[in-house]
Design a protein around this ligand. Structure first.
Ligand code: HEC
Length: 152
C-alpha cells in the first residue's frame, strides 16, 4: 500500500511539473512571437513603401510585366529584385544568402521540397513567393536552390 501511494504521489508531482513547464513555455512562445511579429511588420512595411519590388507599388507591376514580356527568367536577377532585400541582411530573421550553415540546417531539418513549398506559400515573415508575383512555382524552386547554395 505504502509503495502504491508514493508511486502515485511521484506521478502526480511529475505530471504537474510537466504541465507547469508546458504552460510556461507556451507563454514564452506567445510572448516572443508577438514581439517578433511587431518587429517584423515594421521592416516589411518599410520595404513596401521604399522598395521597387513591392507587389502593390505603382511602378512595380509595370516593371514586372516588362520582365515577363521579355520571356527570360534569370535566377540571379530575380533574386536581386525580389529576395535580396530581406535575404542579404537577414532582415526579420530571413536566412542570409551567404549563410551556408543556416541553409544546411534548414535543408537537413525540412528538406528541399518543404523549403520550396514554404517559399511559394510564405512562412512567418517570409511573404508568399517573396512577393515575386510574376514568378512561377518552378521559378521559385530555382530561386530556392540558388539562395540555399544548391544551384549549379
Ligand atoms: C519581406 C522579406 C522577404 C523577402 C522579400 C523574401 N524573403 Fe524569404 N524569408 C524571409 C524570412 C523572414 C524568412 C524566415 C522565415 C522563418 O523561417 O521564420 C524567409 C525564409 C525563406 C526560406 C526558408 C523557408 C523555410 O522553410 O525555412 C526560403 C527558401 C526563402 N525565404 C526564399 C525566398 C525567395 C526565393 C525569395 C524571393 C523570391 C524570398 N525568400 C524573399 C523574408 C523574406
Amino acid at each position: 500500500m505504502a509503495v502504491f501511494n508514493s508511486n502515485i504521489v511521484i506521478r502526480v508531482a511529475r505530471l504537474s511539473v510537466l504541465a507547469l513547464s508546458v504552460v510556461f513555455m507556451g507563454s514564452l512562445a506567445a510572448q516572443t512571437s508577438e514581439e517578433l511579429i511587431a518587429e517584423r511588420i515594421k521592416p516589411v512595411g518599410e520595404v513596401c513603401v521604399a522598395g521597387e519590388s513591392c507587389a502593390r507599388g505603382g511602378a512595380a507591376p509595370m516593371a514586372a510585366a516588362g520582365a515577363a514580356a521579355s520571356g527570360e527568367f534569370n535566377v540571379e536577377q530575380t533574386y536581386q529584385q525580389n529576395c535580396n532585400v530581406c535575404h542579404a541582411s537577414g532582415m526579420a530573421g530571413a536566412p542570409k544568402l551567404d549563410d551556408a550553415a543556416e541553409w544546411q540546417a534548414r535543408l537537413a531539418d525540412k528538406g528541399m521540397e518543404t523549403l520550396v513549398a514554404n517559399a511559394i506559400n510564405g512562412i512567418n515573415a517570409m511573404p508568399a513567393k517573396g512577393m515575386c508575383m510574376t514568378c512561377s512555382d518552378e521559378n521559385i524552386a530555382e530561386l530556392v536552390e540558388y539562395i540555399s547554395g544548391q544551384g549549379q
